[in-house]
Design a protein around this ligand. Structure first.
Ligand SMILES: [Fe+2]
Length: 191
């Protein structure tokens, strides 16, 4: 049970100050900002659950929060991908953040949030990708397997027992999807 997430029309947790500044500088569209706030909020919930259930897992929480709150920033340059499919925003987002002076290590989430099969992908990147799915209750087996495997390896646990817990977390977060979708849709696509 997550409590609190049901029927959200509540405002999600604020994105980090530094991100709010960046989004203002690039003129991020209201719907994009709402989406980034929501995915950031879900990432914060995921981090809390990972910390509580698997305290042996070390995660760079600031990086995950930054990544979740900026992952789709490339849609500033590809606004058609705010309402339709497409991956052009991924390299564009990375380039935009680097142009703004963001460290490539922090900018990488913009490039990798839909590419969880990449070799060498970090747990932080996997968590951002996961937050970007579960906010709307989308379940991605391959992605969840990767996160499960990573946690099981670090903690020396069986995969099935990690997945039982992860599934409980994702199911609970997913229950807030309808409210989050309604919140996001209430913002105009164009600023
Ligand atoms: Fe997204």
């Amino acid at each position: 049970m997550t409590g609190g997430q049901q029927g959200i029309s509540r405002v999600p947790e604020r994105v980090p100050e530094r991100v709010a500044g960046l989004l203002g500088r690039v003129g991020a569209q209201p719907r994009l900002v709402a989406h980034l706030e929501l995915v950031h909020g879900v990432a914060v919930e995921l981090l809390a659950e990972v910390g509580r259930r698997w305290p042996g897992v070390e995660v760079d929480e600031a990086a995950v929060r930054f990544g979740a709150a900026t992952h789709d920033v490339g849609k500033v340059r590809h606004p058609e991908e705010l309402t339709g499919p497409g991956h052009a925003h991924e390299p564009a987002g990375y380039a935009l953040l680097v142009e703004l002076g963001v460290d490539p290590a922090d900018a990488r989430f913009a490039r990798t949030h839909a590419s969880w099969g990449l070799p060498g992908i970090s747990l932080e990147e996997l968590l951002v990708a996961l937050a970007d799915k579960v906010w709307k209750n989308r379940r991605e087996e391959e992605l969840e397997d990767l996160v499960t495997g990573r946690i099981a390896e670090i903690c020396g646990l069986e995969r099935w027992e990690v997945f039982l817990d992860l599934d409980e977390v994702l199911t609970a977060i997913g229950e807030g999807a309808e409210g989050r979708l309604a919140y996001q849709s209430s913002f105009p696509v164009v600023g």
